[in-house]
Design a protein around this ligand. Structure first.
Ligand code: DQA
Length: 147
């Protein structure tokens, strides 16, 4: 079974209570649970991780090259600021997908630029919690290339 890592950046632990107009009612626990089911259906194991600390996120991304077959990441606000996250993502050759719950291109100017997306295979944004499920499907295609 192929194992993937799903990483969530700062403030995503507050989902469900945070700016519901952008992020809806869903909680991170719920996203974890629907991702678990989707991965199981798609012949993948997953680890689901969240941190509010840039250094911890970097170290987790470093582990991808040896320990996982791919990474799905919602870098949250670090999307727009972190060259360090970009460099860490660049350092892994494994498939990488960036996800955003909201449509970052329909929001403030400072959210319309994603620094981290320069390093990923593709970006899914604006579909709420379903974006994670779409990313898992896309990851399956990248990992099991023949299906
Ligand atoms: C987000 C969008 C970011 O701009 C924001 O800082 C977040 C969440 C999203 O999932 O829509 O924290 O990544």
């Amino acid at each position: 079974m192929k194992k993937i890592l799903i990483i969530n950046g700062p403030n995503l632990n507050l989902l469900g209570n945070r700016e519901k107009n952008f992020y809806g009612d869903t909680s991170l626990e719920r996203i974890k649970s629907i991702c678990e089911k989707k991965c199981a259906k798609n012949k993948m194991e997953m680890e689901f991780y969240q941190s509010n600390h840039e250094g911890e996120l970097l170290e987790k991304i470093h582990s991808v090259q040896n320990d996982y077959e791919g990474i799905i990441i919602n870098p949250a606000a670090y999307t727009h600021t972190s060259i360090a996250l970009l460099d860490a993502l660049r350092a892994t050759t494994k498939p990488k997908i960036e996800v955003h719950i909201s449509n970052i291109y329909a929001r403030e100017d400072y959210r319309r630029k994603s620094i981290t997306s320069e390093s990923v295979n593709g970006v899914i944004c604006g579909f709420g919690e379903n974006g994670y499920l779409l990313a898992i499907e896309a990851m399956k295609k990248l990992i099991y290339k023949d299906q």
